[in-house]
Design a binder for this molecule. Structure first.
Ligand code: H2U
Ligand code: ZN
Length: 337
């Protein structure tokens, strides 16, 4: 097939298609230009609600923490003990209560750093925090899924530049995870192999969509990427959740995560904004064996630090579309390494 002509690519994790229009990549841009965030920040900000020793909005005070620090979100999107009730009539009007636990994860006491600035040992501490939080929350009786994620940068609506992530652990399984769970289980039934093991092996060999790799992990622009510089991070050895990782895989994850962030930061010479997070097997999913642990990075930027991709018009009404191909994006990311 000629990938230079407009075509559609299928995301095997969701079953959704993306329209790719490679011939359009050079069209002129006269649209919105984003404001750049303030370039320098103090190591400690007395007004930041995540800095050590500071008061938070609801009155709690942060300890003088030195490594990582986790607290229950003071404005949680979910409440712990909502009763489980549902309404299914009329058929078009369904609702059910949702409950869960929301936490904020401070990655470093330093207000001015991002994960890419941390020492390797500090980054390993962040991975350890993810593992510990996942172990604790996924063992709770009423939790069906644990979402670890980070929203970074003003253009992503992040309220505070202090390096932090979040966890929302829910009774139910959220949309994206439910789609991926069904798709991975179906792929294993049909092909008798793991979908993402296949993707990792193929992309490591083909290299055209690969961004970087180490002995345990690979980061690549997926064939079906929607966002211009979207990446998928995969363990090379099969694992369903963080709890399946041995010491070498945990260390490898910390190193690859930082390598990828540095690559992103170098691309447009700005600390890259994005939404990112780990996708792990939900409890009691369709087929736990079929789930391959992975992380998605979705940066919104398109051609510079100030020009973003908008998901509007056709994307809202029809489906996602991109001009730059996944292969071109991977090449650009590799070039800054
Ligand atoms: P962002 O990642 O979007 O910046 O959100 C940070 C979270 O911190 C947000 O979910 C919480 C908000 O509810 N927060 C607190 O828990 N305590 C505070 O004092 C302010 C913000
Ligand atoms: Zn701070």
């Amino acid at each position: 097939m000629d990938f230079q002509i407009p075509h559609r690519r299928r995301n095997p994790l969701t079953g959704e298609w993306v329209l790719v229009s490679p011939h359009r990549a050079r069209r002129p841009w006269q649209g919105a230009v984003e404001r750049l965030p303030a370039a320098t920040r103090p190591a400690y900000d007395p007004k930041c609600y995540l800095c050590p020793g500071n008061a938070r909005a609801e009155g709690a005070t942060n300890p003088a923490y030195r490594g990582t620090f986790v607290f229950d979100n003071d404005f949680p999107a979910l409440l712990r003990d909502s009763p489980a009730t549902a309404e299914h009539t009329p058929a078009w009007k369904q609702a059910e209560t949702e409950s869960g636990i929301c936490r904020v994860l401070c990655y470093s006491p330093r207000h001015d750093l991002t994960l890419s600035d941390l020492e390797p040992g500090e980054m390993r501490g962040v991975v350890r925090m993810w593992v510990d939080q996942f172990a604790e929350l996924s063992a709770q009786p009423d939790i069906g899924y644990v979402q670890i994620f980070e929203n970074k940068g003003e253009v992503m609506g992040c309220s505070n530049p202090h390096p932090h992530g979040q966890i929302w652990a829910t009774r139910g399984v959220p949309n994206e995870v439910a789609k991926e769970d069904r798709a991975q289980a179906a792929y294993r039934r049909e092909h008798r192999t793991c979908l993402l093991c296949e993707v990792a092996a193929h992309e490591l060999a083909a290299k055209e969509r690969m961004v970087l790799a180490n002995g345990e992990w690979v980061a690549l622009v997926p064939f079906w990427a929607v966002w211009p510089f979207e990446t998928l991070v995969l363990p090379r050895r099969h694992a369903a959740t963080l709890l399946d990782l041995d010491a070498a895989q945990r260390e490898g994850l910390a190193d690859l995560w930082q390598g990828l962030l540095r690559c992103y930061d170098a691309l447009f010479e700005v600390t890259m904004p994005f939404g990112c997070g780990l996708h792990q097997a939900p409890r009691g999913g369709e087929d736990h064996e079929a789930w391959h642990l992975h992380a998605h990075f979705y940066p919104p930027l398109l051609r510079s630090a100030t020009v973003r991709k908008f998901m509007v018009g056709y994307e809202m009404l029809g489906g996602p579309q991109r001009d730059l191909t996944a292969e071109q994006a991977a090449e650009r990311l590799r070039a800054v390494l």
